[in-house]
Design a protein around this ligand. Structure first.
Ligand code: NAD
Length: 425
């Protein structure tokens, strides 16, 4: 199977052909601008020092500071981080926000660490990347298995680094200057400078697209059936939003297992069960299913919201959904794309579907730099004003050029990057 980065490059080349992209812009986007590889030493509770591999890839900053999450996951490697950083470049451009693309990660299973070890790892990672990030340089955020608390530790390491740097040249930073450094990280807790709505933004953006799709493209089935893979920040909140809207969520899953009920799951009960038991196993009133079965569930909309490479050449033929809404990054491989298209299944691509996260991250950054605070209603109204027109434009471009939605989204993003490149020359 091809790697995530190879898949990302195939997507790039396909869209570049459709719009006859300037070969220099194509070349520029075929490799990251900067790769930072880190060794992160952490004192474990046992007293042993463990060295973790960390990465930050700064892919492209034509549109603005590099922007992208930090992932803690055992299989994190350079190839994956490069692919994710490239997709961030495209995603920010799809949303039309003044941010470039970057991504970071540490190869670790945070579930195996104690709270103290997790904090020491995050502070050490923050210290290691501090010279390479900054509000106008590179602005990280949470991703898989990282959260607001982890972001706060990374931010504190960065602020420490800046204060020490100032001290070295005999300058004491003012409280106001330190406050502005909040903008170095997004996805912070609200009392640490985070934006209202950021915690639900990724799912909310995807949900706004789903709602628009239901209203404008799925009128035959006003109460669509939904299956969601992944029950974390993206998938769990999406399940809640779908259920609150009256859509029938028939199946959900996490890394352990999945649950299915043809009549629709009671999502608030599923959440309670997951909170009290740590997983979905044993949820009453539903059939236990595997993750493989979840992807093959008969439903209107399948929402992969866990990891990349979930729908592949091996299982795409078995997908029974009418639409796929990619809330995860890179869940469908290029080989699977071909099979899905042959079977008339449309995929709304990740670079559009989950762009609500980075868009509200950008709002958070904007509020931090301006010292302002928006209400959650304002945040979601501004998000809707970006994501729904982007979806409509991409859908229309796809119909007009007879291309798939992913290629249309990439085409929209690449045309903007090309203009930015011409303007910067
Ligand atoms: P999370 O850590 O909150 O949740 C991940 C979920 O995936 C968990 O429920 C976990 O149990 C499940 N999972 C892990 N391995 C699995 C497997 N093999 N099969 C099925 N489920 C599995 O992470 P998240 O923030 O919800 O991110 C999920 C996806 O959404 C990722 O691809 C991420 O890059 C993407 N994303 C997240 C955000 C955000 O703001 N959180 C923004 C954009 C994109």
């Amino acid at each position: 199977m091809s790697t995530a980065f190879e898949n990302a490059m195939l997507q790039l080349e396909k869209a570049a052909k459709v719009i006859d992209l300037d070969p220099n812009v194509l070349k520029l986007l075929q490799a990251p601008e900067r790769i930072i590889q880190l060794k992160v030493p952490v004192k474990m509770d046992s007293g042993e020092i463990k060295i973790f591999n960390g990465y930050r890839v700064q892919y492209n900053n034509l549109a603005g500071p590099y922007k992208g999450g930090i992932r803690y996951f055992p299989s994190v490697d350079l190839d994956e981080v490069k692919a994710l950083a490239f997709w961030m470049t495209i995603k920010c451009s799809v949303a039309g926000i003044p941010m470039g693309g970057g991504k970071g990660g540490v190869a670790v299973n945070p579930k195996e660490l104690s709270k103290g070890e997790l904090e020491r790892l995050s502070r050490a990672f923050g210290k290691a990347i501090a010279p390479n990030i900054g509000p106008l340089v590179d602005v990280p955020a949470p991703d898989v298995y990282t959260n607001a608390e982890i972001m706060n530790w990374v931010k504190e390491s960065f602020i420490e680094y800046k204060k020490n740097q100032a001290k070295e040249i005999g300058v004491e930073m003012t409280a106001e200057q330190i406050k502005k450094l909040d903008a170095v990280i997004t996805g912070k807790a609200v009392d640490q400078g985070g934006s209202l709505g950021r915690d639900r933004a990724t799912a909310m953006g995807g949900f706004m697209i789903l709602q628009n799709m239901v209203e404008t493209r799925l009128t035959a089935s006003l109460q669509p059936t939904i299956a969601i893979q992944g029950f974390g920040n993206a998938g769990g909140v999406m399940a809640e939003l779908c259920s609150a809207a009256g859509y029938k969520v028939v199946a959900v899953s996490d890394s352990g297992s999945g649950v299915y009920n043809e009549a629709g799951l009671n999502i608030s009960e599923v959440i309670k069960h997951k909170q009290s038991t740590g997983g979905l196993k044993g949820f009453a009133g539903a059939k236990e299913i595997t993750n493989a079965e979840l992807l093959e569930t008969a439903c209107d909309v399948l929402i992969p919201a866990a990891l990349e490479n979930q729908i592949t050449a091996d299982n795409a033929e078995q997908v029974k959904a009418k639409f796929i809404l990619e809330l995860a990054n890179g869940p469908v491989t290029p080989e699977a794309d071909v099979i899905l298209a042959k079977n008339g299944i449309k995929s709304v691509p990740d670079v559009l579907t989950n762009s609500g996260g980075v868009t509200v991250s950008y709002f958070e950054w904007e509020q931090n730099l301006a010292g302002s605070h928006w209400t959650e209603d304002e945040v979601f109204a501004k998000l809707k004003a970006i994501i729904v027109p982007a979806f409509t434009e991409i859908w229309q471009l796809a119909e007009e050029k007879k291309i798939d939605l992913r290629t249309a989204a990439f085409a929209k993003a690449l045309l903007r990057l090309q203009t930015l490149w011409y303007n910067a020359k």
